[in-house]
Design a protein around this ligand. Structure first.
Ligand SMILES: [Zn+2]
Length: 104
């Protein structure tokens, strides 16, 4: 089984799909990176730097898996990580990648 390809993961168990259980922080990180890429014209936007920024950001944050219909419940819970905190992790990741890029 190739676990390194999301499309090949089988999310079905007992006639139910777990596909819609998502890491909320993943969605916020994607939005914040997009925002930073638009804001900072001097940032290297190659796929290697982008993937590094994405992975570093997500590894710096705890996962927050929720049902796709449960966003409201999550954002009002004590486990909620707000966008300001997520943004700080993304900016740390951008600084790290900019300092030591893996591209050639
Ligand atoms: Zn790059």
């Amino acid at each position: 089984m190739d676990l390194m390809n999301r499309d090949r993961v089988n999310y079905d168990i007992a006639d139910h799909s777990l596909y819609d259980v998502i890491n909320y922080n993943e969605i916020v990180v994607l939005n914040v990176i997009r925002e930073q890429f638009n804001k900072e014209p001097n940032l290297c936007k190659c796929s290697i730097c982008l993937e590094d920024i994405y992975a570093l950001s997500l590894n710096a944050l705890p996962a927050r898996y929720i049902q796709s219909s449960g966003a409201e419940k999550y954002t009002s819970s004590i486990n909620f990580i707000n966008e300001t905190d997520v943004k700080a992790k993304v900016i740390d990741a951008i600084i790290k990648v900019r300092k030591l890029p893996n591209h050639k």
